[in-house]
Design a binder for this molecule. Structure first.
Ligand code: V47
Ligand code: SF4
Length: 392
């Protein structure tokens, strides 16, 4: 077994971080790192080195604050015209008896089941169903808003929107205007995968490309909407593809400032056409979060999606640049459980989420979708939260 020999602290410094020290100093001075520096950090940065830097940046931006929100998910269907190789969740229309298709009434019933509950957001994302078109979804958006006007609707990835707009024969600008006027408040981050065509053509060749994805987000930003961005990492891509992905996001963010959050999504390999590709280790996962925090200096927030990572790992990410751990969610999210995540029924109460954050000495703060702070839970005990129907 290979062991590292450390003769003194000085040797430790010299061997482990000499090459990376100027990059570290740049970060500590608040300067932006470039593409090559990002790749070098991935290739040569040790986890403690990257973690210390990412934690520094996180604390500069947010102190100990760790955000979560109270939301629920609706997945209208898993029928999909596309066949992304990593997707364990979708079924082709020809095999629709193996999948699900929620009717308008069923989706409204889900919304109504949260009546009186203090959720602030509904997250709606699913497969690309050939019959659920722009007219269907604008009717849904209007019906949700009519029932609960204060609920923030974060819905549809550019993959779904691009298909809807093309089918309705409207431009991206017209389509986004229609959807926004019907009640669409913001866009989630999905469908981004890996932007670079060298990888994208191998894992999801037939859906919207990088330029199309970025154009839809840019159009949303120009309408005053905020959006998220994701990256599906830890499969066949190399480090430079990840940096390329983040570079494209950083450039658009420079232009519009419309992104709220970046969410690295760890590839899970169960029951899909990439099951032969091993999953990344927790060390790689934490490096990814740290690099996201370091490279995306113009993104306010880095989010860990706990249903995919598991609760204990989500706690760890809070030391590696992450300042948001999504929401309470509900057990209807299937895209990860079907691809093998630990969380088969991803649901956590507010009291559980707050405990998870407090256990690692961070400050739990409930936010809305746009990061307006709703409540600081630092001084509320588990029992006090559980006892208060407005909080749990
Ligand atoms: O785009 C699909 C990913 C995404 C797998 O904006 C997989 O707040 C891992 O974007 N292994 C959709 N990931 C989900 C998404 C999302 C999730 C949580 C919060 C937000 C937000 C957005 O799920 C897809 C794809 O990248 N995905 N299959 C898989 N096997
Ligand atoms: Fe369809 Fe989305 Fe699955 Fe791709 S990832 S096959 S677009 S549901």
């Amino acid at each position: 077994m290979k062991t590292t020999e450390y003769h003194s602290l000085d040797t430790l410094n010299a061997t482990a971080i000499k090459e990376l020290q100027p990059i570290g100093e740049k970060i500590l001075a608040g300067k932006r790192i470039n593409f090559n520096e990002g790749v070098l950090l991935f290739e040569k940065g040790s986890l403690p080195f990257l973690g210390a830097l990412a934690n520094y940046v996180r604390e500069q931006k947010h102190g100990d604050k760790t955000y979560f929100n109270r939301n629920f998910h609706i997945e209208p269907t898993n029928i999909c015209v596309f066949s992304c190789k990593f997707c364990a969740y979708s079924r082709l229309y020809a095999h629709r008896e193996e999948g699900w298709e929620l009717s308008m009434e069923q989706m409204l019933d889900i919304v109504k089941s949260y009546d009186g509950k203090p959720v602030t957001e509904v997250h709606i994302v699913g497969g690309v169903h050939p019959k659920m078109d722009l007219a269907f979804f604008t009717t849904l958006l209007k019906a949700i808003k009519a029932h609960r006007p204060d609920l923030h609707i974060k819905a549809f990835t550019p993959v779904e929107l691009d298909y809807m707009f093309r089918k309705a024969k409207v431009s991206v600008e017209e389509g986004m205007q229609i959807a926004h006027e019907a009640g669409l408040d913001s866009l989630p981050g999905g469908g981004a995968e890996i932007f670079h065509p060298e990888i994208r053509t191998q894992i999801c060749a037939d859906k919207v490309d990088a330029e199309g994805w970025l154009h839809i987000h840019k159009t949303a930003h120009q309408l005053g909407m905020h959006t998220n961005a994701t990256m599906l990492y830890g499969h066949i891509e190399q480090y430079w593809h990840r940096i390329d992905h983040m570079e494209r996001l950083r450039q658009l963010q420079n232009e519009t400032g419309g992104f709220n959050t970046f969410i690295p999504l760890k590839f899970r390999n169960k029951d899909n056409d990439m099951s032969n590709v091993p999953e990344s280790t927790i060390v790689e996962d934490l490096k990814m979060y740290a690099l996201a925090r370091l490279y995306l200096d113009n993104f306010a927030h880095i989010k860990a999606y706990w249903p995919m990572l598991g609760r204990k790992n989500a706690q760890l990410t809070l030391q590696f640049g992450v300042n948001d751990i999504d929401g309470t969610i509900d057990d209807s999210t299937k895209i990860y459980s079907m691809a093998g995540s630990e969380e088969q029924n991803p649901s956590m109460s507010t009291a559980d989420l707050v405990t998870l954050i407090k256990q690692v000495n961070r400050q739990p703060v409930e936010r809305d979708t746009l990061y307006n702070e709703i409540r600081d839970y630092s001084n509320l005990s588990y029992d006090a939260i559980v006892a208060n129907p407005l909080l749990n």
